[in-house]
Design a protein around this ligand. Sequence first.
Ligand SMILES: Nc1nc2c(c(=O)[nH]1)N[C@H]1C(S)=C(S)[C@@H](COP(=O)(O)OP(=O)(O)OC[C@H]3O[C@@H](n4cnc5c(N)ncnc54)[C@H](O)[C@@H]3O)O[C@H]1N2
Ligand code: MOO
Length: 426
Amino acid sequence: MSDLIPPRLRNDCFAMPQGVTWVPVDAALDRLRAVLHPVTATEDVAVADGLGRVLAVPVTAQRSNPPLPNAAVDGYGFAHAATGDGVQRLPLAVGRSAAGQPFDGALPHGQALRILTGAVLPDGVDTVVLEEDCATDGQTVAFDGPVRAGANTRRAGEDVAAGAQALPTGRMLSPADLALLTALGVARVAVHRRLRVAVLSTGTELVSDPTITAVPHQIYDANRPMLLALLAGWGCEVVDLGHAPDDPAEIADRLDAGALGADAILTSGGASAGDEDHVARLLRDSGTLSSWRIAIKPGRPLALAMWQGVPVFGLPGNPVAALICTLVFARPALLALSGAGWRQPQGFTVPAAFAKRKKAGRREFLRARLNDAGAAEVFASEGSGRISGLSWATGLVELPDAACDVAQGNPVRFIPYAAFGLSFGG
Ligand SMILES: Nc1nc2c(c(=O)[nH]1)N[C@H]1C(S)=C(S)[C@@H](COP(=O)(O)OP(=O)(O)OC[C@H]3O[C@@H](n4cnc5c(N)ncnc54)[C@H](O)[C@@H]3O)O[C@H]1N2
Ligand code: MOO
């Protein structure tokens, strides 16, 4: 039946406006992915300054973690072979082994040594018994046998051995990675240089300075602080291109400036088809527009293009669409440019705490948060100008391109903001 419907009218079956080609989200993502290459410049940074930086070469452990066998608890150490079943009573050697203050020499067979957590096991000690499980008079130590050979000890290199690969190329360093590299004796790492991303707001109605009183027909530029903060949080160097009125020459000038100094440009507004929607027209006429009408809600007039070889994300002006399109399209693209590799956010399946019927043909992202029962609630309105819903939400529910009829309790995919690298909110 559908083969009998002319392609132009098939959109109708998807309840999408006719007369344009609607690019499915996955196709637009594939197009983006195909044209993006990581920035090649690298630099050397101290590990302590490496948070969020992307490794340009794999890192090898310079020493083992732990470097020597050591005690995992405070207690008494001895040779396991000198112990057996039943109550064990071992003479206590003079001295002790503490972290940073190793015991000098080897422990005679059959004796026990006071040993503290993190202390190196001297020769003659391969097993440690917890101090709470011992009785001592200062001369001998008594405990119940049998004790497992090697109990309460850590083997040299049991975590990572010297010479092993600690982290691969493309790894975006986390606080835990800084701990790992430092423990492994790595002081400096080669990383990709930070991405420079420019942000431009367009729209004659916008007032960019919040200290200026806006007249009633004006609105404050809400997108620019949001996008600049988001990018800074992702570890990008931000280039603030300010705000341009709906004037194609001025917008083109700003895009030129952005292309000179940035690896990618995010614009908002003017992406649709109205008389004053110059961004989409400029990108089509003077840039290389790869996708414009995308089968997504919100954000269908998203323009993905190149301007003088620099990728441009022509985001819709509505703040909700601007943010969601940045998370869905710009985030994986910027990761690819940064050297971290193309990555999609990790969502998980939760029961819906809402009901919704959705037609086929476009992907929908709903502002959502989890309730105490772990089910996804969605914001009361889907209006794309309802910024309060972005603040209210702690993530997005992603509904597939196909038609779906979500009832309370049905499984839906929830993507927490954190999976998009947003570290605040909620
Ligand atoms: N004939 C059509 N009209 C519209 C379509 C369409 O497909 N055909 N799509 C609608 C959808 S969906 C969206 S989203 C908007 C997006 O259009 P634009 O990208 O051209 O955005 P503008 O018209 O410039 O602005 C939309 C809206 O957002 C406000 N805005 C813009 N910039 C900011 C900012 N920096 N901070 C806060 N708010 C901003 C602007 O004032 C408008 O209210 O188009 C629909 N129309
Ligand atoms: O889809 Mo628009 O992007 O509603 O806001």
